[in-house]
Design a protein around this ligand. Structure first.
Ligand code: XUL
Ligand code: CO
Length: 435
């Protein structure tokens, strides 16, 4: 089936930085080589099905603003129409990947069996579309947070029947992801947290969540899924206290439940900011701990203080994020997912395309700046100089010694360190040359 939803919009092509055409790429040139790798392969863009096709424009004060030919989203016929439009958009953008939750792609059924048979039917429909268009699946995931059954959590729910329903739902989504050749499987624990300790046994909830994640990893190996299992940290919202607060918290959790070699992280810019971190801090933390996986490249509004899921538009921020990704060796199975939605007044098909075009350009600019900084090596040289003292045999030997021997050396050599400038402003000025 084809739709006429995007009928007046031609495929987006690279027109260069001097072009004023709003429906062209000015920086994203998929074939441009950066360090022996095509830009497309560096960035690995993905469109989030939920925000771009399932979200209807509601906010806490008002309902639907977006009117789409596939509304209302309660029939399989409309689910297929939505899929037709989605794959049409992936083609127009030249986006190599997409991501989806079960609930985005199929109408809610009356029970688990109906949900699963609908998901299976849509999985087959996607399979055909993916073959036709060449679009690939970056990751699949289950929505175990929107339905009222999950209001007190999924794997952390006090009701074991909810745990069971959620576990079976995740299994069905892992099966769908496997069938479609997905390169990762993501778990965002939207309701895995609590509102008040007055009604919460935190230790028991964490143990259940750890046990559940072990089951996910076991099932991955059982079905021979080759992709990565990724957990997505977020500090607040919807639960007041989320167990997957940030990258460091997630790592501690993974380690406690023996999963730090099996599970990596999908980091989101907006979630990093909500946790009081910069995005590059979260990326560098995950990389240092060996659990960096993939990113959701959507920002929040800095004034509103909640998760507004806006398309990225800040090149210096994006550049530092890609700098740390490149430094960590770039993406393996991960990629750049736009978990971003339009503003609710952006009603038209053209808005949906333009938002992604702009975001892809911002990321391309950031990537180019990051690559140029790495090639130039200025930041790495400054780091090497700052830590040069640790290259001496004496300093290295100290790490293998003990407090008593260190004290003897301090006394014998009268070690009396003098502070040295951290050069922060000079380094900030350096970065500014590239962005
Ligand atoms: C929610 C969020 C999710 C995950 C996938 O804030 O980011 O959409 O990316 O469930
Ligand atoms: Co996300």
């Amino acid at each position: 089936m084809s739709t006429d939803f995007f009928k007046d919009i031609s495929p987006i092509t690279f027109a260069g930085a001097d072009s004023a055409d709003p429906m062209a790429f000015h920086h994203y040139n998929p074939d441009e080589m950066l360090g022996g790798k095509r830009m497309e392969e560096h960035l690995r863009f993905a469109v989030a099905y939920w925000h771009s096709f399932a979200w209807e424009g509601g906010d806490p004060f008002g309902g639907q603003t977006l009117e789409r030919p596939w509304h209302p989203q309660d029939t399989m016929a409309n689910a297929k129409l939505k899929a037709d439009a989605a794959f049409e958009m992936f083609r127009i953008l030249g986006a190599p990947y997409f991501c989806f939750h079960d609930a985005d792609v199929r109408p809610e059924g009356s029970n688990y069996a109906e949900n699963t048979s609908r998901l299976d039917e849509m999985t087959d429909y996607f399979g055909t579309k993916m073959e036709e268009t060449g679009t690939k699946l970056l990751w699949g995931t289950a929505n175990t947070f929107s339905h009222r059954r999950y209001m007190s959590g999924g794997s952390t729910n006090p009701d074991p029947d909810v745990f069971a329903f959620m576990a079976a739902t995740v299994k069905s989504c892992m099966d769908a992801t496997q069938k479609l050749g997905g390169e990762n499987y993501v778990l965002w624990g939207g309701r895995e947290g609590y509102e008040t300790l007055l009604n919460t046994d935190m230790g028991q909830e964490l143990d259940h969540m750890g046990r559940f994640l072990n089951m996910v990893v076991d099932y991955k190996h059982k079905i021979g899924f080759k992709g990565a299992i990724l957990v997505e940290p977020k500090p607040q919202e919807p639960s007041k206290h989320q167990y997957d607060y940030d990258a460091a918290t997630c790592f501690g959790f993974l380690q406690k439940y023996g999963l730090e070699k099996e599970v990596k992280l999908n980091l989101e810019q907006g979630h990093a900011i909500l946790a009081g971190h910069s995005f590059e801090h979260e990326i560098a933390t995950a990389a240092a701990l060996g659990v960096f996986g993939s990113i959701d490249m959507n920002r929040n509004d800095y004034q509103s203080g909640w998760d507004t899921d806006q398309f990225p538009n800040n090149v210096p921020e994006v550049a530092l994020a890609y700098y740390h990704i490149l430094k960590a060796g770039g993406f393996d199975t991960g990629g750049t997912n736009f978990d971003a939605k339009l503003r609710r007044q952006s009603l038209d098909a053209v808005d949906l395309i333009a938002s992604h075009v702009g975001a892809m350009d911002v990321c391309a600019r950031g990537l180019k700046a990051a690559h140029a900084m790495l090639e130039d090596g200025g930041l790495e040289t400054a780091l090497a100089e700052r830590y040069a003292g640790w290259e001496t045999p004496e300093a290295r030997a100290m790490l293998g010694s003990d407090l008593g021997s260190i004290t003897d050396r301090v006394l014998a050599q009268d070690i009396n360190p003098q502070p040295r400038s951290g050069r922060q402003e000079i380094l900030e000025n350096y970065v500014n040359r590239f962005v």
